[in-house]
Design a protein around this ligand. Structure first.
Ligand code: FES
Length: 159
């Protein structure tokens, strides 16, 4: 009887002695004449974003809070523009003189829709003065209501 004295040793030898952490570089010698598309995968190890350095804090404290609903430069002299979302029609009868009026026509309440040499209501054709909103052509007889506006840094806003 062969007694194989196998004494169990609990020697833990499972640790991999040398960690093979070799970077597998694609060292393929590309001596071939490029017949196939070389699948060069540019690993995004280097941040190749061009020039976006870390923005440290938005510079918002110095910005003027003059966010108007329109630019003064967009209002033609001798004309105007309608801003339905604001409920305002802005005119510039003479250069640098801005007027604001309610867009609601005083005849039956339609919103005025365009400004030519006057403010025009599309419903029944009433026309109003660019200067003071007075009814220049009926059926409306009452002027458009005034709306106070301010022009700050070229931006028009409600006062
Ligand atoms: Fe404007 Fe009648 S509602 S002209």
């Amino acid at each position: 009887m062969a007694t194989s004295g196998l004494s169990r040793r609990k020697a833990l030898t499972g640790a991999a002695g040398v960690g093979l952490a070799l970077p597998v570089l694609a060292a393929c010698g590309s001596d071939d004449d490029g017949g196939s598309t070389a699948t060069e995968d540019p690993t995004p190890s280097s941040p190749s974003s061009s020039g976006s350095s870390s923005p440290s804090g938005p510079a918002s404290s110095s910005a003027p809070a003059a966010a108007g609903f329109a630019a003064a430069a967009d209002i033609p002299v001798g004309g105007g523009a309608v801003f339905p979302e604001e409920g305002v029609v802005v005119t510039q009868p003479t250069a640098g003189d801005f007027k604001g009026f309610d867009i609601q026509c005083t005849h039956s309440g339609c919103p005025v829709s365009e400004v030519t040499k006057s403010i025009v209501c599309p419903c029944h054709g009433s026309e109003f003065s660019l200067t003071d909103g007075a009814a220049e052509k009926g059926p409306a007889t009452e002027p458009l209501g005034p709306v106070e506006i301010t022009v700050t840094d070229g931006q028009i806003s409600r006062a």
